[in-house]
Design a protein around this ligand. Structure first.
Ligand code: GDG
Length: 468
């Protein structure tokens, strides 16, 4: 069987104590894929050096080989903090107002992709399957082709693909998208992002999309398809019933003193709609004064990308907003929002999810959103909580039995909280059963098999993902 070479911006070597802090399920999932297919996980170490050396740090931990490189400070500023997180991230999340265009970002992005290509190419053997991840590395496939690689190379985008009308606001957008034609298979989370990609290819590149998912532009033929990522359901259910989870659950419930817990867990990021969520919750408190003192919002929001100014700004805004709401409504024995800027180990998180009667997962735009699926997985089947989910998260296409809301509407958020608080147990169970079936069936193991087998089949079969 061919080896799998996974390439992503950051690499997290697996540890025996599992993922802690703000590390998500994706790194656990990729490590599992590498164990299964053997191979190497290549990317940036997260460390900076004075000047780029190309030195590869090869390590083997718990059956996974990782190969990492350090980057220069200028690389990190222009490629990671710059083009990836100040240009592409906001634009792809429909925030053209926040997207910054700077010539040095674009050249830094190209340069680092080239550095990745040059250093990883010698590690790749002719039969290897190469799987490139996310918006940091869009042009990498084309750079590897320039170095003569003829392997099957796939790309997976973890964030939304924006509508063509937005994407054209990016300088050199055609150059970026044309570079993607070097891949054999491009994966998105949902049909919606896939449709937007098709639309761009037809409208801006004059390409053709065939009914079997093949895309043709000039003499290039490739596949694009939707592969909705899942969580490791089995692992998460186990984590939720561990002693650590039980202790976290009991600690939170004890401190709640009988009040309903509404939970939110998000990296501190403007795409997650935290300010809008707080405003929606404030509307709920205004409209349901009988519920004040009966409920509180626990918002866990570990900071991310602190080097980028907009992230500092959102942090300040949220500090202020949560403080204002608490000042406005708090009583001597009740605070409406517990706003926590730190990460917790996964098992503790699972315990918190289980203790919460309601989850507010209301991103303004999200490729998928794994928190929604983790919340569902962690519930007690006899007495599950209610998921309130943004209709603009990729997960909303699978979790149709959540209470779907427009995250920009305070009224919808407020009404959904009220509905969730009053929802009878039978209805909660019925909705949860429908949701957990998709979380269980379309889990991360299904996702990686579907993608890797489709990549392997490129040029042979029709490349479409197998049924779950
Ligand atoms: C990108 C896309 C897509 C959060 N706080 C803690 C913690 N987390 C974990 C969650 C979850 C992960 O972080 C967040 O995943 P999301 O999917 O919700 O969001 P992004 O980080 O934006 O991920 C997204 C994803 O890629 C995968 O393709 O779904 O749309 O934006 O796993 O649990 N984990 C721990 N402690 C915390 O305090 N341990």
């Amino acid at each position: 069987m061919s080896r799998l070479i996974v390439i992503s911006n950051r690499v997290s070597a697996p540890t025996s104590h599992g993922a802690a802090g703000a590390q998500g399920g994706l790194s656990v999932a990729l490590a599992a894929a590498l164990r299964e297919y053997r191979g190497i996980w290549f990317g940036w170490s997260g460390q900076q050096t004075e000047s780029f050396t190309g030195h590869i740090d090869l390590q083997r931990n718990l059956g996974v080989t990782t190969a990492t490189i350090d980057l220069e400070e200028q690389d990190v500023d222009e490629y990671y903090n710059g083009y990836a997180n100040r240009t592409l991230w906001p634009l792809f999340h429909y925030r053209i107002d926040l997207a910054e265009y700077d010539r040095s970002f674009g050249s830094g992005y190209e340069r680092v992709n080239h550095r990745f290509a040059e250093t990883v190419a010698p590690l790749i053997e002719p039969d290897d399957l190469v799987w490139v991840h996310d918006y940091h590395l869009i042009p990498l496939g084309a750079q590897l082709r320039e170095m003569g690689l003829t392997n099957r190379i796939g790309f997976f985008l973890h964030i939304p693909w924006p509508p063509a009308r937005l994407l054209v606001s990016l300088p050199f957008h055609q150059r970026l998208v044309r570079s993607m034609l070097a891949y054999d298979l491009i994966g998105f989370h949902t049909e919606e992002w896939l449709d937007s990609f098709h639309h761009y290819v037809e409208r801006e590149l004059g390409g053709t999309v065939h009914p079997d998912g093949t895309i043709e532009v000039g003499d290039r033929r490739l596949k694009a398809a939707a592969f909705p990522i899942g969580i490791d359901h089995k692992e998460f259910v186990e984590a939720a019933s561990s002693d650590t989870a039980r202790a976290a659950h009991d600690r939170l419930l004890k401190s709640a003193e009988g009040k309903h817990i509404v939970i939110g867990v998000d990296r501190l990021d403007y795409s997650k709609g935290l300010a809008e969520r707080f405003e929606g919750y404030r509307r709920f408190l205004e409209e349901h004064d009988n519920c004040r003192g009966q409920v509180f919002l626990l918002q866990i929001a570990p900071p991310s990308r602190g080097e980028v100014h907009t992230y500092e700004a959102i942090r300040e805004d949220l500090d202020e907003l949560s403080g204002r709401i608490n000042g406005e409504f708090a009583e001597v024995d009740w605070v409406p929002i517990r706003y926590v800027n730190q990460g917790y180990p996964r098992a503790e998180l699972a315990g918190f999810y289980r203790a919460a009667k309601i989850a507010l997962v209301t991103p303004l735009r999200d490729g998928m959103n794994l928190v929604a699926k983790e919340y569902v997985a962690a519930q007690d089947p006899e007495d599950p909580g209610v998921l309130i989910l943004s209709r603009f998260a990729g997960a909303a296409l699978q979790l149709k039995d959540a209470l779907l809301v427009n995250p920009y509407s305070k009224d919808e958020i407020s009404d959904a909280i009220a509905k969730a608080m009053a929802m009878p147990r039978e209805e909660r169970i019925r909705r949860w059963k429908a949701m957990v079936e998709s979380v269980r069936n379309e889990d991360v193991v299904w996702w990686r098999h579907a993608y890797v087998e489709a990549l392997r089949g490129c040029g042979e079969g029709d490349g479409s993902p197998p049924a779950p």
